[in-house]
Write a protein that binds this ligand. Structure first.
Ligand code: HEC
Length: 196
């Protein structure tokens, strides 16, 4: 499975980046995001990275606004909405290899169906129980908390693994400071059956 995922990951990310640009044409700036409960320099730096690297673009569900799709600010970084599982992988052929949902948080491709996850500090449904080291290890190994299952596309692990420990610590500090949102993201559906 690892080879398949690695093979598809990079083109998928490029395609997604292009789609993100199209989908958000009506917007000219990164949305402000909710107020955070700290102005510590690490939190500020983390906010800057999360906003400029587009984490919010995939991890915040989109809803329809007056000028087209826009992030649902009540779900800032809270991942794919609970209870909105897609029925099955998209049936695409020809040059197409994947699809994404209107919320921009459910992704179908050769790996199966993945859902962007809740990065808010909610202890039960977000990453509130994660340690800083587990967060860093996720990016270093491509596995949840450095020891769980492999992280699926289109999460751009190959690109984001280039972030320094200091930058990852800053992102973690910001993610600790955003409002917690209780939202249990559905588990992914693997094309070849459950993943180890
Ligand atoms: C192109 C879309 C995309 C972008 C951009 C993106 N992610 Fe993700 N991310 C995902 C998807 C999809 C998953 C879930 C994959 C899975 O379930 O295996 C995920 C999973 C994660 C996880 C694992 C959480 C868990 O509970 O397993 C973390 C942490 C994470 N992303 C952080 C980030 C950060 C920080 C950024 C920005 C620096 C970012 N992501 C940018 C799509 C994206």
């Amino acid at each position: 499975m690892r080879l398949t995922i690695t093979f598809w990951k990079l083109p998928a990310v490029a395609a997604v980046a292009a789609l993100a640009t199209v989908g958000l044409q009506a917007q000219t700036m990164t949305p402000p995001g909710p107020p955070v409960k700290s102005d510590h320099p690490a939190v500020k730096r983390g906010e800057y990275i999360v906003k400029s690297m587009g984490c919010w673009d995939c991890h915040t569900p989109q809803k329809m606004g007056p000028n087209g799709p826009e992030p649902d600010m009540s779900m800032w970084l809270a991942g794919h909405p609970a209870g909105a599982e897609v029925p099955s992988a998209a049936n695409v052929s020809g040059p197409w290899m994947g699809a994404f949902s209107a919320t921009f948080t459910a992704w179908s491709g050769p790996w199966g169906v993945s859902y962007t996850r809740n990065l808010t500090p909610d202890p039960e449904t977000g990453i509130g129980e994660w340690t800083e080291q587990q967060f860093i290890d996720t990016f270093r190994t491509g596995r949840r908390q450095g020891r769980g299952r492999e992280i699926l596309p289109p999460m751009p692990i190959p690109a984001l693994s280039n972030l320094s420990d200091d930058d990852l610590k800053a992102i973690f500090a910001y993610l600790r400071a955003v409002p917690p949102v209780k939202n249990r993201v559905p588990e992914p559906v693997m094309a070849g059956g459950p993943q180890k």
